[in-house]
Design a protein around this ligand. Structure first.
Ligand code: ADP
Length: 307
């Protein structure tokens, strides 16, 4: 069955947003920003969707000044913050980008971040998803949750779906965030079974699920229950599986790849913005690929001129 976009024009992204410290032109100096996979997608989706859509971010932050700054950042970007919990005694995670001989490496401080408790208050989570048309999450959202957080999140996803929302999931496999790859793969497939749309990246999927090709990735998520699967594929040909039918899609030609940070996140936003406004799958993939191509031609996760 072909899945059609939801009626309610409310897009809720759930996950962890962090402080980003990126090297500036002056050696030893860093520029502070905010980023995180699901926040990046919400940020690009807000820019790409028409004003009739409400885009909200659902997470938990601390009560400190840097958490206040993050809220201000989201509000300045017109992302709704009404369902963000503020937790005493916790703060937000941080990552630092190191540039060595043109190669980027990342160091993270996120073990105690407030976002790990975002699903802890089940009532609050359910209220945050009420009236959502799209609930967007990633494998990183799953990975960071403490204790019973994942079960609580699944329950909230089930009730949101029962109320008419569609769940969109990017597996975004990050084994470093999980105790082991089996736990990661199991949780990812559990979430896929609760999802309407799955947006995996083939390279990661091949590494941890052993998929031989893009069709194997699409088939696995289709078999788990997703009605629409879009397999991203770096600079290679993408594959979609919609209503049981496969289609291939060429990426954009990018003259110079500057920084691939947020390629997948921006692709997802461009794809969804087109699809949610009635575009067919092929046009939506083109929109996603176009936005991703722009983003990888620039430095950083959030590129101002996009959209
Ligand atoms: P992720 O960033 O999640 O690892 P991918 O590397 O698969 O995701 O890239 C996501 C999308 O970004 C691709 O499907 C494609 O549209 C675009 N993209 C990434 N790398 C390139 C490239 N070298 N040339 C053109 N498009 C690219």
């Amino acid at each position: 069955m072909t899945i059609t976009p939801p009626v309610n024009k409310r897009f809720v992204a759930i996950g962890e947003a962090m402080v980003e410290m990126a090297p500036s032109a002056v050696p030893g100096d860093y520029r502070m920003g905010f980023a995180g996979d699901t926040l990046n997608t919400a940020w690009y989706a807000r820019r790409a969707l028409p004003g009739g859509w409400q885009v909200d971010y659902l997470t938990a932050l601390g009560e400190d000044a840097v958490s206040d700054r993050m809220v201000d950042f989201m509000e300045a970007a017109r992302i709704g913050t009404a369902h963000i919990s503020r937790l005493k005694g916790r703060t937000i995670g941080l990552y630092l980008i190191e540039l060595k001989d043109g190669e980027r490496s990342f160091a993270y401080w996120r073990g105690q971040s407030a976002a790990r408790l975002l699903a802890e208050d089940a009532g609050r989570l359910t209220r945050g998803l009420a009236g959502a048309g799209i609930v967007y999450l990633s494998g990183i959202t799953l990975a960071i949750l403490e204790g019973s957080g994942r079960e609580l999140l699944y329950a909230a996803l089930r009730s949101a779906r029962a109320a008419g929302a569609q769940v969109v999931f990017d597996p975004n496999l990050r084994p470093r965030l999980w105790p082991d790859t089996d736990t990661m793969c199991h949780a990812v497939m559990e979430t896929a079974a609760l999802s309407d749309v799955v947006l995996p990246s083939h390279e990661d999927e091949a590494a941890y699920f052993g998929d031989a090709d893009v069709a194997a990735t699409a088939e696995r998520y289709g078999a788990a229950g997703a009605g629409l699967v879009v397999v991203k594929n770096g600079g290679g040909e993408m594959l979609t599986l919609s209503a049981g039918a496969f289609a291939t899609h060429a990426p954009e030609v990018v003259a110079q790849v500057v920084d691939t940070t947020a390629a997948g996140d921006s692709f997802n936003a461009g794809f969804l913005a087109e699809w949610l406004e009635g575009g067919d799958v092929a046009a939506s993939v083109r929109a996603g690929a176009k936005l991703a191509a722009y983003v990888i031609g620039q430095r950083g996760a959030l590129c101002e001129a996009a959209g």
